[in-house]
Design a protein around this ligand. Sequence first.
Ligand SMILES: NC(=O)c1ccc[n+]([C@@H]2O[C@H](COP(=O)([O-])OP(=O)(O)OC[C@H]3O[C@@H](n4cnc5c(N)ncnc54)[C@H](O)[C@@H]3O)[C@@H](O)[C@H]2O)c1
Length: 428
Amino acid sequence: MLKAPVGKAEMKVGIVGLGYVGLPLAMLFVSKGFQVRGIDIDHNKIENLRQGISYLTDVADEEVKQLVASGRFETASQYSVVGEVDAVILCVPTPLRDHAYPDLSYIQSAASAIAPFLKQGQLVVLESSTFPGTTEEVLQPILEKHGKKAGSDFHLGYSPERIDPGNKDVTLERIPKVISGVSQGCLLKLKQLYGQVFDTLVPVTTPRAAEMTKLLENCQRFVNISFINEIAMICEAMGIDVWEVIEAAKTKPYGFAPYYPGPGVGGHCIPVDPLYLEWKAKQYQLDTRFIQLAKLVNDQMQDYVLERIKKLLPTGKTLVNSRLLLIGITYKKDVNDVRESTPLGIFGKLLELGGVVLYHDPLVPRIEWNGRIYQSVALTPQTLAACDCAVLLTDHTQLPYDMIVKHAPLIFDTRGAIKRAHPHVVRL
Ligand SMILES: NC(=O)c1ccc[n+]([C@@H]2O[C@H](COP(=O)([O-])OP(=O)(O)OC[C@H]3O[C@@H](n4cnc5c(N)ncnc54)[C@H](O)[C@@H]3O)[C@@H](O)[C@H]2O)c1
């Protein structure tokens, strides 16, 4: 994967933030022959990379070793490296403050750190997901503090990252890349850079349009998953199998897009980005009613799952006096990410109730909850047989579904992962 195309001009790209977005992007640029300098404030990540150890599920240690051995990737913890590169791409987090408001502090501090080192003709691109206006209203003024102007001295643009961690079907370079610039000249620079790396470019006229594109995508997903979760609750009350209904509905050759129920939407993006849009829309005295409703439904899901478990348990058993085994603790399958994870929230609620709750996740050996560390238990016939109910919360591909079905006395499958009907398996 990391072979350099022969004869390629060696441009240097700096990537700020080497997480779920930045590291795969760095690998892609290196595979296309670029020199990459990766900057991260997390010294553990830098140290792991130097030692050839991956911290992402999608990236194998071997790939990190190849990256380092390619001679085209170096890590840096000093921002002065920005002065050596032709383009700087920001891939820093955009979480929520107080669970509700945009927290742009990572963008602001990364921008302040790189601003003194910007040089004439350099390109700066923001890839973090954020509300419309961030590039021009927040990032640009910080970058211009040292006298250089975007559009004339350096180039500035926004290109939303659309990576889907855990998805092995679509490689990063095949995901069409939406690009924008604060001027036509800036857009041209983005085209020149990204055109060498991605199969398809989708230029839009302004950074605000590109920022909004990302939010539209994630808001649509948030609203639709919450909607199908509401339908799932209605179906359950009516004694209808929602999974059967979705399978039947999706045979319609037009006009229906299937979404699937689950224990609630989590992760760093889908439940977070809509609140960025909500915050910005308020500045225009607008309510985001679909987003509010989607959030309301999503916020109910953990309690709904607990209620369903309660109802399933045999007579005399409660959430407190049962032994529950939660299978999967990450927010979605095949990733090791527990940010905003609803399975983790369910684990925490059960702990707070004082129940006996264990978890197993092949990708997360230990987790922290309220300052305490919990270890993933081994998934064996004995652990399964010893629980009152196994609750399947994340449908990782590598889970031994047959063994779970064979040995657990009762299973609540919140992901519809167990396809065949069994008397002791109940789906959400
Ligand atoms: N994770 C996803 O699936 C995904 C998909 C598309 C878009 N995004 C967006 O991409 C952005 C990054 O997300 P992520 O999941 O990669 O986050 P992450 O937490 O995995 O990675 C961000 C990295 O940035 C580093 N960092 C923070 N401040 C820094 C600074 N000032 N200088 C250098 N490094 C700094 C952190 O240490 C971390 O390693 C977010 O805006 C997110 O919404 C994420």
